[in-house]
Design a protein around this ligand. Structure first.
Ligand SMILES: [Fe+2]
Length: 154
């Protein structure tokens, strides 16, 4: 589970509406999607959970904000391993997942990073967009039934 100090940090850092389309309810959905995919593929649950809560935390608006993933990675970088509750390798994966979750400029084939990205994309229903299997990477996420289920939850 995400620790209270992390939630407190995000509450004080997040500059947009906590209940808005990129706020806490989206983060919670990304977490649920990610945990389900991780059960299927063994992706790192700590990385996914932290990604869910950090990836959109530095958004400056709810529309076009191409640098928000980079700022999220910088925020993660500024925090200690102890505070985050992860090791150096996990921090590297978390920063990669945050930095490139919108532009996908990393050539990574790491299953935990790809699971983070799929978990986020599967919540596109919050803006009325049905996720496309072509744009998803992991086995479970690409299944039409799962895509439909995530869409209905978002
Ligand atoms: Fe997101």
């Amino acid at each position: 589970m995400i620790s209270k100090p992390i939630i407190d940090l995000l509450r004080s850092t997040y500059g947009l509406n906590w209940d808005g389309i990129h706020g806490a309810s989206h983060w919670a959905r990304v977490r649920v999607n990610g945990m389900m995919i991780a059960e299927d593929n063994g992706a790192n649950q700590k990385v996914i959970e932290l990604f869910a809560f950090f990836h959109d935390s530095m958004r400056e608006n709810d529309n076009h904000d191409p640098r928000h993933g980079y700022r999220a990675a910088e925020l993660v970088d500024s925090l200690t391993l102890e505070f985050l509750g992860i090791n150096q390798r996990e921090k590297f994966l978390l920063m990669t997942a945050c930095r490139h979750h919108t532009d996908r400029l990393s050539e990574t084939d790491d299953i935990s990073v790809l699971t983070c990205w799929d978990s986020d994309a599967l919540d596109l229903g919050r803006i009325g967009v049905m996720p496309s299997a072509d744009r998803l990477h992991t086995r479970l996420a690409r299944q039409e039934k799962f895509i439909q289920w995530c869409y209905e939850q978002s």
